[in-house]
Design a protein around this ligand. Structure first.
Ligand code: DMJ
Length: 491
């Protein structure tokens, strides 16, 4: 299998790099099947007989969604192997691996609402909104992470609210009374105490009922503190209350002000002292969405201060981190390379490069992750490019969306069917390796195929959404010429 995959990776790379139209590699019938573009009626074969990738992605979503509703809800997630619900770890409040994300607020329900919209399931969307109205409230003793709660919950609520209220988007809900916005305001108000620091950089966590408790750690990652502007600005614009946008902007620029002479920011900072706690920088974990929100905040809000940050950061990344194929992790002051690995989160970067208009660079950086995917049928959390024998440094694949997202962005920009083919391979690997009784299970080790009983909400809100949008070429969103952006949680 590895041999076949290696060949495919090299072949794909050569086709792209030589500029040969990769259509030659894919007969038209095959392409039509991937995109679900139906041929002239007499040639039409029933969709049920030949399920194209779009249908299959939809089925994968409903397999996950229906089992969440039946076995997971009202908890945050469904454990896909044992078919049971999972919420916060109440016995161990310090289990931040779970408790940062699982706040006992039906997370998967909230995070998935706009995927139902993408799939044009108005009935499902309205039913989900009704469930949120009936069951979700935030007066809870949960200590959650500001970033995770903002991108998954506030982002999910706001996106669904916008669809429910905008006649021109085609998913308006008739008797909807703004309840999702009210919930988003309530939640944001519960997070606001975290921004009350001398630097304006938020503390990483808040207790939804009690605010800031004493045990709160002051170390936060750059992505966590600096990627809140899209959600908080949207909340301000929808409510007319500037305070949300103001705190998120202040946090973003407080981090940027602390950049080094190389125009580089680090991955971890103390929100009280403003001192860097990690001198490492890169484009992956702990920093990724800082760059993403710099560019997307400019696109959404039109404020050139954000564009300036993106332009300077992007130039610094290319100057200091790029080494032919790879964007390496470096020391933020000296520029010295610090690690021999790249991580799975950095697979979002080609998508951002597309958005920035640097498509050639995106084609190249995507191929690194394509090669990784084709070798392991997943993107291991850390892949070591130095140690050939131990190249899988952290071997799990938690069904993350980043590679799927970049692949989708590249298809939209180039229309090169190669990316449809990559999407079909991703889908097929997910079906073979991760599909279980009640959804899709995270892969504990990409080399052995061992599974974990976990399906994070981003699998429904991002991974399957981007995969569906890749194949659903006529989706209205793919032809929306406005300045909408996907948040970092794909809302
Ligand atoms: C998601 O919650 C978001 O995409 C975030 O930006 C990074 N982590 C996960 C997916 O990997």
């Amino acid at each position: 299998m590895v041999g076949r995959r290696k060949f495919a990776a090299v072949a794909g790379a050569l086709l792209l790099l030589a500029g040969t139209p990769s259509t030659f590699a894919f007969p038209k019938a095959h392409l039509d099947r991937l995109k679900c573009v139906l041929l002239i009626p007499p040639l039409l074969i029933s969709i049920a007989n030949v399920p194209p990738s779009r249908q299959e992605t939809k089925e994968a979503f409903y397999h996950s969604w229906s089992h969440y509703l039946n076995y997971g809800f009202p908890e945050d997630e469904v454990a896909p192997i044992s078919c049971s619900g999972r919420g916060s770890d109440r016995k161990n409040p310090n289990n931040i691996g779970l408790n940062d994300v699982l706040g006992d607020f039906s997370l998967t329900l909230i995070d998935s609402m706009d995927t139902l919209v993408m799939m044009d399931d108005q009935e499902g969307f309205e039913a989900a909104v009704k469930k949120v109205e009936r069951f979700v409230q935030f007066d809870l003793p949960s200590r959650v992470q500001i970033f995770e709660t903002t991108i998954r919950v506030i982002g999910g609520l706001l996106s669904a609210h916008i669809y429910a209220t905008s006649p021109d988007l085609g998913h308006q809900i008739k008797d909807y009374n703004g309840s999702l916005l009210t919930l988003a305001v309530d939640l944001a108000d519960r997070l606001m105490p975290a921004f009350d620091t001398p630097t304006g950089i938020p503390l990483p966590r808040a207790n939804l009922r009690r605010g800031i408790d004493q045990e709160n750690i002051t170390e936060t990652c750059t992505a966590g503190a600096g990627s809140l502007v899209l959600e908080f600005a949207t909340l301000s614009r929808l409510t007319g209350d500037d305070k949300y946008e103001a705190v998120a902007r202040r946090a973003f620029f407080a981090i940027w002000e602390r950049r080094t002479a190389l125009d580089i920011v680090g991955t971890a900072i103390d929100s009280v002292s403003g001192l860097w706690l990690s001198a490492m920088s890169g484009v992956g974990a702990s920093i990724d969405s800082f760059y993403e929100y710099a560019l997307k905040s400019y696109i959404l809000l039109g404020d050139e201060q954000f564009l300036d940050v993106f332009a300077l950061s992007y130039a610094a990344i290319k100057e200091n981190m790029l080494d032919d194929w790879l964007y390496k992790n470096i020391h933020m002051v000296t520029g010295q390379v610090l690690t021999g690995w790249v991580d799975a989160l950095a697979a979002f970067f080609p998508g951002l490069q597309v958005l920035a208009g640097d498509v050639n660079a995106a084609v190249k950086s995507h191929l690194v992750y394509y090669k990784i995917w084709m070798t392991y049928a997943g993107t291991p959390e850390r892949w070591n490019y130095v140690n050939r024998k131990g190249s899988v440094e952290l071997g799990w694949y938690g069904l993350r969306p980043e590679f799927v997202e970049s692949n989708y962005m590249l298809y939209r920009a180039t229309k090169d069917p190669f990316y449809l083919h990559v999407g079909a391979q991703i889908l097929s690997d997910l079906q073979t390796r991760a599909r279980v009784a009640c959804g899709y299970a995270s892969i504990h080790n990409v080399q052995t195929g061992e599974l974990d009983d976990r399906m994070e909400s981003f699998f429904l809100s991002e991974t399957l959404k981007y995969l569906y949008l890749l194949f659903d070429v006529d989706n209205p969103l793919n032809h929306d010429g406005s300045n909408f952006v996907f948040s970092t949680e794909a809302h």
